[in-house]
Write a protein that binds this ligand. Structure first.
Ligand SMILES: NC(=O)c1ccc[n+]([C@@H]2O[C@H](COP(=O)([O-])OP(=O)(O)OC[C@H]3O[C@@H](n4cnc5c(N)ncnc54)[C@H](OP(=O)(O)O)[C@@H]3O)[C@@H](O)[C@H]2O)c1
Length: 296
């Protein structure tokens, strides 16, 4: 799996197509998708066009997508997987993740709510039930690896222990304000890739891109703050996802180089602690614009 990945959490369909194409042209070969992002078709369109135009083979790219919360029931897993595959226009996936450990009421409504606006969870399925269904996808050769997302160490451990096919990847929010050091150590010891999302702080301002430590290092090494944050993520042994939306930013975010050790040390000493995306607490997306339940 290429350590530097392009994330497709892009609400606008047209921007999804241009940004995915620009990412491919800039050199990105790892694409992170999700049924919940509602744009697998557009990502697939951009990938097919880019592969054909650039003489790039399917085997040269690494594509991930994710099972949404309303599809955790084992009998819903294979159909959800196949629907994603069809929308992406692919014959296999490199990686399939359980998007969050929270099972929502099964069905086509991705955001099921009761009359008080509270999420309707599904107590009739465990995370291990869903994991077993993902293992069967690997058995049948439909995807090459499986993993989890938005999971805390305490919930990852029992799945890891019980899994016949171990999680290959754990995708969580991680950046200098949320280094997830304990989870990273657990993953490294077991050969699991920790795949960091929101490495630039999801572009929230003021935030990581304006942090004086980051801007100071950027000025010193002749790189941009975004390049410094992405390099830090890779040098500490995580893989990382970023979402540039223009061709210039795609080139910028792909053009990263190792930082000197003292710069890494300086970033590791940052004391600010901040989780930006509360999805890990409830399964409700923090970065995806909420849609009305009736049209979700
Ligand atoms: N598993 C999960 O629950 C989960 C949750 C969140 C994200 N993800 C995945 O992780 C991916 C990355 O997350 P993210 O979008 O939060 O990543 P991010 O790269 O930290 O944030 C993207 C934001 O950074 C800005 N940006 C990008 N490149 C920049 C640069 N060179 N200089 C200044 N600003 C820059 C973008 O601004 P503009 O919009 O102006 O370009 C955008 O607002 C997502 O696309 C998705 O695939 C997964």
């Amino acid at each position: 799996m290429p350590a530097l990945g392009f994330g497709t959490l892009i609400p606008d369909a047209a921007v999804t197509i241009t940004a995915s194409r620009d990412a491919l042209e800039a050199g990105f070969r790892h694409f992170d998708c999700a049924e919940r992002y509602g744009n697998e078709r557009e990502v697939g369109q951009a990938l097919q066009a880019g592969l054909a135009a650039g003489g790039i083979a399917r085997e040269d790219i690494f594509v991930t997508t994710k099972l949404w919360n309303s599809n955790h029931r084992p009998e819903r897993v294979e159909p959800a997987f196949q629907a994603s595959l069809d929308r992406l226009g692919l014959k296999y996936l490199d990686l399939y993740l359980i998007h969050t450990p929270y099972a929502f009421q099964p069905g086509d409504n991705q955001d099921p709510r009761d009359q008080n606006g509270n999420v309707i969870y599904d107590r009739g399925v465990t995370l291990l039930d869903t994991w077993r269904a993902l293992e069967r996808l690997v058995d049948h050769g439909k995807c090459r690896a499986i993993g989890l997302s938005d999971i805390v160490l305490e919930d990852l451990k029992p799945i890891y222990e019980s899994a016949r096919i171990k999680p290959a990847v754990v995708q969580v929010e991680s950046h200098p304000y949320l280094p997830e050091t304990e989870l990273l150590e657990f993953c490294k010891e077991r050969g699991i890739v920790l795949l960091a999302f929101a490495p630039l702080g999801h572009g929230m301002k003021p935030g990581l891109l304006e942090d004086a430590v980051i801007t100071g290092i950027a000025a010193r090494v002749g790189k941009t703050p975004a390049q410094v944050l992405l390099a830090w993520a890779i040098q500490r042994g995580t893989a990382v996802l970023t979402t540039p939306k223009s061709a210039a930013r795609a080139r910028e975010n792909f053009d990263i180089a190792p930082l000197p050790q003292d710069a890494l040390d300086q970033i590791n000493r940052i004391q600010t602690r901040q989780r930006l995306n509360p999805v890990v607490n409830t399964g409700v997306p923090g970065f995806i614009p909420q849609r009305k339940a009736s049209v979700a």
